[in-house]
Ligand binder design. Structure first.
Ligand SMILES: Cc1cc2nc3c(=O)[nH]c(=O)nc-3n(C[C@H](O)[C@H](O)[C@H](O)COP(=O)(O)OP(=O)(O)OC[C@H]3O[C@@H](n4cnc5c(N)ncnc54)[C@H](O)[C@@H]3O)c2cc1C
Length: 388
């Protein structure tokens, strides 16, 4: 068994290597990508080649076989460098559904290719216009016809669908009205979009962050029965199984953002001289930065608590949700404070504050809104009555 000191050392070296990798992608790179709404292909390729994007894929499938703690450090460092790991983070958490519930055939077919960077699993299609947060209300239908499923319906806010080969799709296989237990009747499919001949239409959505987010229309799209993951009707359960990993990873991105904002704000406050002294000597500027720093550091502790439990295969729903809540709020506080510290310059694109401000705000609302996180804590952890 490795000693705790060597585990800490290994984590520190991952941190430093990711930091080094990110140095090749400075602010100007992310500014250009954001301004022209490009996909940061070069960055995603470099991360893939380094093996870090396959951190959670077991070694037997050619991945790095690391834990969620290490994965969370990787994403944190990307965001801390000024980058945006949302451009590729989904591969880390969607892969878990395939790993935990896929057949041996599916795993050996896809996981090594994903680990090598030959295939991308970046699209995760759950949200629908009429269901929103109420996932058990989704309407996209997959109807079995012999050895195929015929899919009809619509998904919204599906990120990176244009930059992915595979799409993890949640669709209804039993009509809602026929179900006693509304969490049943949904199934998960691993759609190989390269093989879809017709009926798949992906349209860009114009939103305030460069997230390559789309609306996806299915019209009699045919997929083979073998693309279904696990049992028919159990898909909601399989998706929920991935939520803790997703929340921990998103929390770590927020922590990276929070640290980036605090670094920028404290340096700017020290250097910017107005009324003959650095603005950071004023407590109206200094204290909000210090307070946001304390909140980011506190959230970081909850992130590591959740990640450690996850890596020990212990129940961690409460901690993963609290980490997501605390980290996204702390990062958003740091973003707001940084904006105030920069005054008018915070709005100037060259300074990057406004870009990060937009990116970090997203993590309060997605992939799960903090209201739903609070509902989970209130109802599932504290036992209070349900609001839905
Ligand atoms: C940039 C971006 C990228 C995204 N990428 C993806 C993706 O790749 N794949 C995917 O499937 N989805 C994606 N999403 C969707 C995201 O997960 C949803 O927006 C989110 O889950 C909420 O759904 P909604 O927007 O329909 O909000 P709604 O469900 O309409 O909720 C609106 C507000 O009401 C609150 N609310 C609703 N019910 C309650 C209640 N009972 N108690 C308290 N508050 C409540 C919500 O918390 C929220 O604040 C993305 C969204 C964005 C903005």
């Amino acid at each position: 068994m490795e000693s705790s000191a060597s585990v800490q050392e290994a984590r520190q070296s991952i941190r430093e290597e990711v930091r080094r990798l990110c140095q090749d992608f400075p602010d100007t790179y992310w500014q250009d990508v954001d301004k022209h709404e490009k996909y940061p292909q070069e960055f995603v390729s470099a991360l893939t080649e380094s093996g870090y994007l396959a951190a959670l894929i077991p070694e037997e499938y050619g991945g790095a076989g690391l834990g969620i703690t290490e994965a969370s450090i990787i994403l944190e460092e990307i965001n801390r460098s000024g980058g945006n790991s949302a451009v590729c983070h989904a591969q880390m958490y969607t892969m878990g559904t395939l790993l935990r519930h896929g057949s041996d055939e599916q795993k050996s077919r896809y996981l090594p290719a994903i680990a090598q960077g030959k295939l991308r699993l970046q699209a995760f299609a759950v949200t629908e216009p009429n269901a929103g947060s109420e996932t058990t209300r989704i309407e996209t239908r997959a109807v079995r016809k012999g050895d195929r499923y015929i899919v009809n319906g619509q998904k919204i806010f599906i990120s990176r669908a244009h930059y992915s080969d595979l799409m993890l799709l949640l669709a209804r296989t039993t009509p809602y009205e026929e179900l006693k237990d509304k969490t049943q009747g949904l199934s998960v499919f691993l759609v190989d979009m390269r093989e879809v001949k017709k009926g798949l239409d992906i349209q860009p959505l114009d939103i305030m962050v460069n997230h390559h987010t789309t609306t996806v229309f299915f019209e009699d799209m045919e997929i083979p029965v073998e693309s279904r993951i696990g049992e028919e009707g159990k898909g909601f359960r399989y998706i929920i199984d991935g939520w803790n990993a997703e929340r921990i990873l998103v929390a770590s991105e927020s922590i990276g953002d929070g640290r980036w904002f605090i670094d920028r704000a404290s340096k700017y406050a020290t250097n910017r001289v107005v009324f003959g002294k650095p603005i950071g000597t004023n407590q109206g500027i200094q204290f909000p930065i210090a307070k946001a720093y304390a909140h980011v550091e506190a959230a970081d502790l909850m992130r590591f608590t959740a990640a450690a439990k996850f890596d020990r295969s212990e129940k961690c729903g409460a901690e993963a949700n609290m980490a997501k809540l605390l980290a996204s709020e702390a990062a958003w506080e740091a973003a707001d404070v940084c904006m105030s510290t920069y005054g008018g310059y915070g709005f100037a694109r060259d300074y990057d504050i406004e870009r990060k401000f937009r990116e970090t705000r997203l993590l309060v609302a997605a992939p799960v809104s903090n209201n739903m996180v609070l509902a989970f804590l209130g109802q599932n952890v504290l036992g209070m009555p349900k609001s839905y």
